[in-house]
Design a protein around this ligand. Structure first.
Ligand code: SF4
Length: 407
């Protein structure tokens, strides 16, 4: 896979050495066991896959190169570059300004943006409406576009299915930038509806079966369907696509459930079902798949707790947390500063969207700690968290000695 030129302060000698060794030992990416590192009484089990993905490194490279090459221009980002606070802060320090927040609320009025400015499209992509707005202002939306190719792949898949006459059921978080962009990009290709979870797929059943009214549908799925979406016409032939960072099992369960309902309604045989249900393999990206599989592999080993590192608005990170939480105490932190002392850790409860404090998160004696990080988390933060845990618990962090364990 292509390598990117990103600021050195995001790299980590430890993580690079681990990744290098694992890639060499497991070229086909079949081994999902974690990497073990022992430091004093602590054992760290580091996920086989975690951290910066293709799309994130691509976006960071483009953004920083754009800053470097245009010292006299005003540079704007449509919204957060990626869901990592450090990367976003670094861009702001370099003079980049955000036009809107992650929900699309404006920080800057569009009238302030002119054709002399540079506007960078983030890795999540953007809506067709925003592309049009940029063009109207004389700004080429393609010139500084960092939309991840794996997001564009979902748009293409949506378009292919739409062109065959299927409506699109988009499994995603309705407010997430990527889902808003995918919805907009797909809207002109096919009737599209966003659903959040399996429960909403189950709620859709009554509309597919025509057992509830169009008015009820419009109320229940307000602002999440394309103009003119008709339950009578547009729920007879469907396909499921998703936000690239959802939990793999969730999308699969939703697709299986909807396929079952469609099959029931049309009394379809296994062969006939294709007429009414598009055979969509889920559209998760490789990084989401790899990182989730690596967490599952890591969870099969013995451990006392898990630390998951990433921005608190990061969708893919929250799903890694969800997987770990099923098995053991899990602490979701943005960086090492959340580890306050040897007893106290501040961590994010993403279910209730609030920070919580836990004491005695690490008991005395031997401890086995699972470590993973979301696709927008710099390697350097992962290493700094390990270092913080080691030092705060009175052990000595010596990189050279640790690296020898990898040989
Ligand atoms: S998580 Fe996946 S879709 Fe998102 S930027 Fe990374 S590779 Fe692209």
């Amino acid at each position: 896979m292509k390598t990117f030129d990103i600021p050195i302060n995001y790299r980590s000698e430890l993580v690079s050495a681990i990744n290098h060794k694992r890639k060499n030992d497991d070229k086909l990416k079949k081994d999902f066991t974690p990497t073990l590192i022992k430091i004093g009484r602590l054992e760290f089990k580091i996920a086989r896959h975690f951290g910066f993905c293709y799309g994130v490194e691509n976006a960071i490279e483009i953004a920083f190169k754009t800053v470097e090459a245009n010292p006299n221009k005003r540079i704007f980002l449509l919204s957060e570059m990626i869901h990592n606070p450090q990367v976003n802060e670094d861009l702001i320090k370099n003079g980049v300004r955000f036009i809107q927040d992650t929900l699309g609320n404006p920080y800057i009025d569009w009238t302030e943006i002119s054709e002399d400015d540079i506007v960078i499209i983030p890795a999540f992509g953007t809506t067709k409406e925003t592309n049009e707005l940029l063009k109207e202002k004389g700004i080429n939306p393609i010139q500084y576009n960092t939309t991840c190719p794996f997001v564009e792949k979902v748009w293409k898949r949506g378009s292919q299915i739409g062109n065959k006459g299927y409506s699109l059921i988009l499994h995603g978080k309705p407010q997430h930038e990527e889902t808003r962009a995918t919805f907009s990009q797909c809207a002109s290709e096919a009737p599209t509806l966003i659903i959040k979870n399996l429960q909403e797929a189950k709620n859709l059943r009554k509309y597919i079966k025509q057992e509830a009214s169009q008015q009820d549908f419009q109320k229940e799925f307000k602002d999440r369907y394309t103009t003119g979406f008709s339950i009578e016409k547009d729920l007879q032939k469907i396909g499921v696509i998703n936000q690239t960072t959802m939990l793999a099992e969730d999308t699969q369960e939703i697709a299986n459930y909807l396929k079952g309902i469609i099959s029931e309604v049309h009394n379809s045989s296994d062969e006939d079902i294709k007429i009414h249900f598009a055979d969509t393999r889920d559209t998760l990206c490789y990084a989401t798949n790899d990182n989730q599989s690596a967490v599952k592999g890591m969870l099969q080993t013995e451990a006392d707790l898990a630390i998951v590192i990433g921005g608190y608005n990061s969708s893919n990170t929250s799903h890694l947390v969800e997987l770990c939480e099923e098995k053991l105490p899990t602490y979701y932190i943005k960086d090492g500063s959340e580890i306050k002392d040897e007893k106290t850790i501040h961590h994010f409860d993403f279910h209730n969207k609030k920070m919580i404090e836990t004491t005695d998160y690490l008991a005395a004696g031997k401890q086995k700690i699972l470590i993973t990080a979301g696709a927008s988390c710099p390697d350097a933060i992962v290493e700094s968290v390990i270092k913080r845990v080691v030092e705060i618990h009175g052990e000595h962090y010596n990189l050279e000695t640790i690296l020898k364990q990898l040989n």
